[in-house]
Ligand binder design. Structure first.
Ligand code: PLP
Length: 364
């Protein structure tokens, strides 16, 4: 069976050595030595000033809202994984959707200002599939309206923009290190925080608001990463270049084989790529479903990322309508993309997509 993504598991003996270390020192969570080591190595690897590791990417978003004191309305994108929106709603914030660009699939900065009201306190963008948002335009709009900017950068691990980390843009960027991600810690996530004074606050917030044994300056939660997860991250970091190379070659093959028959995401030309997903957009939902059925019949399981468009969620009030996101969400399919995807399997995937489209077009 070929899934849309496959968790990369590092050398078992290497992971075991970290586990042995944990058993020797008996420190399993609460900011242990491996979490500290991973924070240091990740900050260097990514080229960022401050990184706070947390339990997952969803809680990273929640901590970001609380650290920045976000309230009221947040202008955001309707085209993302559901956690981008649900994390706002569960924190008493109201998502106001601004439609996406039909080619980049990112929030379209030309429409953000129309969505801003006196109750808006932030813009929450997503670098969809690792494709950098128009960060300078968004920064300009945010400054003009005195808004905070948060990027859900769950897909943008390692992406460079104009020679520096994309994660340095916005007030806070958040990452997900879920097992399905390019870099993972089984479950996990992180906050990249530009303002040094906010880092300490975030550290209190992830630890019940506690400063030390006798002082609780913030209303916090428990969002800590544990040592076993950090050990996985330390192993993965060593293999990242290899993972990247393999994914780049998977990407190249898809590009060459499918370029004339499907629509690819328009990439931000100032940013590097991390090869985290391979989305294709079809002409219609019927085309998508026919391809999906043909692939499933061969035990190949692409995923409809992201479907449905988040402006259709039943718990969103007031009701909103983003026609571009709804249209793209119906026609977009992510093909299998992972480091160990065998070339013979990828060849089969391409042939099935090609022959299905040929059949459908011939049948028109
Ligand atoms: C864009 C986006 N935001 C947030 C999340 C949530 O991250 P996590 O699964 O680590 O909670 C994910 C993925 O899982 C995601 O793709």
């Amino acid at each position: 069976m070929i899934p849309v993504t496959k968790t990369y598991l590092p050398d078992k003996a290497k992971y075991q050595r970290y586990i042995d270390e944990i058993y020797v020192n008996g420190w399993v969570t609460n900011g242990g030595p491996l979490v500290q080591k991973l924070e240091k190595r990740l900050a260097e690897y990514l080229g960022v000033k401050n990184i706070v590791l947390v339990a997952n990417g969803t809680v990273a978003l929640e901590i970001a809202y609380r650290a920045l004191g976000i309230s009221g309305f947040v202008v955001t994108t309707p085209f993302s994984f559901v956690a981008t929106t649900s994390s706002l709603v569960t924190n008493g914030l109201l998502p106001i959707f601004s439609d996406i660009d039909p080619l980049t699939y990112n929030i379209d900065p030309n429409h953000i200002e129309e969505a801003i009201t006196p109750n808006t306190s932030a813009i929450l963008g997503v670098h969809v599939f690792g494709n950098a948002c128009e960060v300078e335009t968004i920064e300009h709009i945010a400054k003009k309206h005195r808004l905070k900017v948060i990027y859900d950068a769950a897909h943008a691990f390692g992406v460079q923009y104009k020679g520096q980390s994309l994660l340095n843009y916005g007030d806070i960027s958040t990452l997900s290190f879920h097992a399905t991600k390019l870099f993972h810690t089984i479950e996990g996530g992180a906050l990249i925080i530009n303002d040094d004074t906010l880092v300490q606050k975030a550290r209190y917030l992830i630890n019940f608001g506690i400063e030390d044994t006798e002082s609780i300056p913030e209303l916090g939660t428990n969002a800590k990463m544990n040592e076993f997860e950090a050990a996985m991250g330390l192993c993965l970091l060593d293999d990242l270049e290899l993972i990247r190379e393999k994914r780049a070659s998977v990407e190249n093959i898809y590009q060459n084989e499918l370029k004339d028959i499907v629509q690819f995401q328009k990439r931000n030309l100032h940013a590097s790529q991390n090869f985290s997903y391979f989305p294709i957009v079809l002409k219609s939902e019927n085309e998508l479903k026919t391809i999906q059925t043909a692939l499933n019949a061969q035990d190949i399981f692409p995923r409809r990322y992201f479907y449905p468009s988040l402006d259709t969620l039943k718990y969103i009030e007031p009701k909103q309508y983003c026609p571009i996101a709804r249209d793209i969400a119906k026609r977009i399919l992510c093909l299998p993309m992972y480091a160990d995807l065998e070339s013979a399997d990828q060849d089969r995937i391409c042939k099935i997509v090609q022959s299905t489209l040929k059949f459908l077009n011939g049948a028109e």
